[in-house]
Design a protein around this ligand. Structure first.
Ligand SMILES: [Zn+2]
Length: 523
């Protein structure tokens, strides 16, 4: 007797192999696969999947849910896309281990425009304690990479200075412990202080530890380095090579600000792969980037930590220097749209551009940024032009690219990718434009990511695998989320199962919190 039978669908198993007519049985949290329709098997519940695709649950290899899912555990924006596992702790900005709770709170505030500042259901300090927070309490599975920022804050402090040998030894031992607790690797976000204060050698030292445990190096590049085009990629590849660790270039695309072509970026990756290096990438198909507004503040101002940073922003002298130095990272301030305001008197700025807000406040743009950041405890998030839309397909269709949403879950005007990344690939790349076969697109969303992370019992529909499953309609699947109206759930994602439990049922969330932390080496 099966708990559930998903009958007579088109099974696309995640390996890239052609789809076939078949059925998936679920017993507890594991699956069995059958060819064709089953009429004589007993099951507590039968879902008719006629003309629907049945595939493994999607794995998002760049998620900003590490805090928000604890506060909003049903996690609608993500699970309704068919996502059943997320990688959190990305961009070097992760929330364990922390040896001091004050440091945790300071970091929590510093990064609140990216990962939120929700009320948390408990405290933790180690990676093991943090992972325990997710078991049976959230809608999807959580895999975790350790950011170098918390390691550096605990071992070196908040200052912009090289780490000493003993500080590096401390970071290595914290990382070792976190890897033993089940982390999947090391992350960096080299546009974000204080993690970005680490030089290449320091990161090689850390990468070696994560590599020895079978982890990956997951990196948001140091975009300010050298030519600001190829040099950041070269640094990442060097860290991968010297650290003897797989190198994963996250949200990897050609920026509008790059001085050269997408081809040259991808040639670097192909060249490294040709030499035997293990390199992978992830991407989404949206022409907007999103992050915390604080990223516009230059790196030197973060020296010493958040309190010193706020003092600089507040001071006349600091403010004058910021006026000279702050520029849009891409596009103009007219195209930079802000969100995630909490103060009632600032709600009028939700979805407004920075230029509009400056006009409303009758201030210069930099003063507007500074005053709003102070007034909002740094929590503002924004959406602006970033990736070149023209060349995104070159990255997404590349043989070594998987899918990452980079979904920021904050404010009334989040990036539409937060709600639509996976369905958009299925709608645009597969159905409308034929850039990817259905099987290849699903492979990028499932087994490729599971393989990258070394998760062995998910990412494929095979007998005995875990029951993380999506049932969707290939003729209608799509995302209505747009820049102006981003908080819209996808169409055509009919059922989502996590660990054998139905979390999305006929397109509606059941409230089931069937997710848990995955632990590297044990899952
Ligand atoms: Zn990110």
């Amino acid at each position: 007797m099966l708990d559930l039978l998903i009958n007579n669908g088109i099974i696309v198993d995640g390996t890239g192999n052609p789809g076939f007519y078949g059925s998936v049985g679920v017993s507890g949290d594991t699956i069995s696969i059958f060819r064709g329709a089953l009429n004589d098997v007993e099951a507590t519940r039968v879902i008719d999947a006629k003309r629907k695709v049945v595939c493994p649950g999607f794995i998002d290899v760049h998620a900003h849910s590490g805090l928000m899912i604890l506060a909003e555990p049903e996690h609608h924006p993500k699970v309704r896309q068919g996502i059943t596992t997320e990688l959190v702790g990305v961009d070097g900005n992760s929330y364990a281990p922390f040896t001091s709770h004050d440091d945790f709170l300071a970091f929590f505030e510093l990064n609140s425009g990216l990962d939120g500042a929700p009320e948390l259901p408990g405290n933790w300090s180690t990676v093991a304690e943090y992972l325990n927070m997710f078991d049976g309490t959230v809608a999807v599975n959580i895999a975790y990479v350790i950011g170098n920022s918390p390691l550096r804050i605990s071992a070196v402090g908040w200052d912009e200075k090289p780490a000493s040998d003993s500080e590096i030894a401390n970071m290595r031992s914290m990382l070792r412990e976190g890897m033993e607790d089940g982390a999947f690797g090391l992350s960096t976000g080299l546009d974000y202080p204080p993690g970005s204060y680490a030089d290449t050698n320091e990161l090689v030292e850390l990468a070696q530890v994560a590599g020895r445990y079978g982890g990956i190096y997951h990196t948001h590049l140091r975009n300010t380095l050298g030519d600001q085009f190829l040099d950041p990629v070269k640094e990442a590849l060097e860290i991968g090579q010297r650290g003897e660790i797989p190198c994963h270039l996250t949200h990897f695309y050609q920026k509008l600000t790059h001085s050269g072509s997408a081809k040259r970026l991808l040639e670097l990756v192909d060249g490294a792969v040709g030499q035997g290096q293990d390199v992978t990438m992830d991407c989404f198909h949206y022409g907007y980037s999103s992050t915390r507004l604080l990223i516009l503040i230059p790196s030197w101002a973060f020296n010493g930590g958040p309190e010193k940073l706020k003092a600089i922003i507040r001071s006349d002298e600091g403010r004058e220097r910021l006026r000279q130095e702050i520029r849009p990272r891409s596009g103009s301030f007219t195209e930079l749209m802000m969100t995630n305001f909490k103060q009632p008197h600032n709600l009028r700025f939700e979805g407004k551009s920075l230029a509009e807000a400056a006009e409303m406040m009758k201030k210069g743009e930099v003063d507007t940024i500074c005053d709003l950041l102070l007034d909002e405890d740094l929590q503002i998030s924004y959406v602006s032009p970033g990736p070149s839309l023209t060349t995104l397909p070159d990255f997404i269709t590349h043989a070594r690219t998987m899918i990452g949403t980079d979904a920021v879950l904050l404010g009334e005007y989040p990036n539409p990718r937060s709600y639509g990344t996976f369905p958009t690939i299925l709608a645009d790349y597969v159905r409308e434009e034929g850039r990817l076969t259905l099987e290849e697109a699903i492979r990028k969303m499932t087994s490729m990511a599971a393989h990258r992370l070394d998760i062995r019992d998910r990412g494929m529909l095979r007998d005995g695998m875990k029951a993380d499953i999506v049932v969707f309609d290939p003729d209608t699947v799509s995302s209505p989320a747009t820049l102006q109206n981003p908080k819209q759930y996808p169409v055509g994602i009919d059922y989502v199962l996590v660990n054998g439990k139905v979390v999305v049922d006929q397109g509606q969330h059941t409230g089931a919190l069937a997710g848990r932390a995955l632990r590297h080496g044990r899952d």
